[in-house]
Design a protein around this ligand. Structure first.
Ligand SMILES: Nc1ncnc2c1ncn2[C@@H]1O[C@H](COP(=O)(O)OP(=O)(O)OP(=O)(O)O)[C@@H](O)[C@H]1O
Ligand SMILES: [Mg+2]
Length: 236
């Protein structure tokens, strides 16, 4: 059997002296869509950043496709086929959509990444906006561009931080279709979400964080049974 796309065990992480993650463990199989839920400040972004080697000290284990990544620098972690989409998106505002898409270097030796034409087939509205400057794009278009840019690198494990945040419902629906399209293409996705209604129909499995720890984990089939617990943990 193939190694898990991501296997975290006993992960602890710090920012300077602040101990943020306490014993985080999670396993994501290739092709799974997993959502990391939790209240503000529970440690979800820190978990994604720790996977990428962007926190301070870390201990424990983070295996990506079976390779231990804990002691690797961020660029080597990216080369294991991981793409991180931070909350702030990082679109270059003075460049056009297409120029933004031309920036990423391939990170994976085995997978050369989506061509710009493939990106446009998957995101027709980015094609319409190909010459528009980054600043002229709507929040939803910027979010799609941020994800599309990762697909250009050839990453197969996508770490997406609150992609639905602050976007209108119709845009959030379009992002949901994007996640479904990526799932159909076999991408492995770890989504941090506050918007439970967005995540609920998309994810195969859920993890819930509180105070830097995983406090609940369940499959999509258990969602109805877990709803009362989620109300309590998330206040949704
Ligand atoms: N650079 C940093 N330095 C020190 N502490 C930090 C830093 N970034 C985050 N923290 C702290 O780490 C804890 C977890 O933050 P994190 O950003 O992981 O939360 P989150 O679950 O993503 O929530 P949200 O995105 O709603 O803030 C919080 O207490 C936060 O104050
Ligand atoms: Mg966050």
């Amino acid at each position: 059997m193939a190694a898990p796309a991501l296997e975290i065990s006993g992960l602890r992480a710090w920012y300077g002296e602040s101990h943020i993650l306490h014993d985080v463990s999670m396993v994501v199989q290739p092709g799974e869509v997993v959502t990391l839920l939790g209240r503000n400040g529970s440690g979800r972004t820190t978990t994604l950043r720790a996977i990428m080697g962007l926190t301070g000290a870390r201990t424990g284990s983070i295996r990506i496709n079976g390779v231990e990544a804990l002691d690797l620098p961020t660029h080597r972690i990216a080369h294991l086929g991981v793409g991180y989409c931070p909350e702030e998106r990082g679109i270059f505002s003075s460049l056009s959509t297409e120029e933004n898409l031309m920036l990423p270097p391939p990170v994976s030796a085995t997978d050369s990444g989506m061509s710009v034409e493939e990106v446009y087939a998957l995101f027709p509205n980015l094609k319409e906006r190909r010459t528009s400057q980054g600043t002229r794009l709507s929040g939803g278009e910027q979010q799609m561009l941020a994800v599309a840019r990762i697909l250009r690198t050839g990453a197969r494990l996508l770490l997406l931080d609150e992609i639905s945040e602050g976007l209108a419902p119709v845009i959030v629906q379009a992002l949901g279709r994007m996640i479904e399209a990526l799932r159909a293409r076999g991408y492995t996705i770890v989504m941090v979400e506050q918007n439970f209604r967005f995540a609920a129909p998309l994810a195969d499995r859920f993890y819930v964080m509180e105070h830097g720890q995983i406090v609940e984990t369940f499959a999509a089939s258990e969602l109805a049974a877990k709803t009362p617990v989620l109300h309590e943990l998330l206040g949704v």
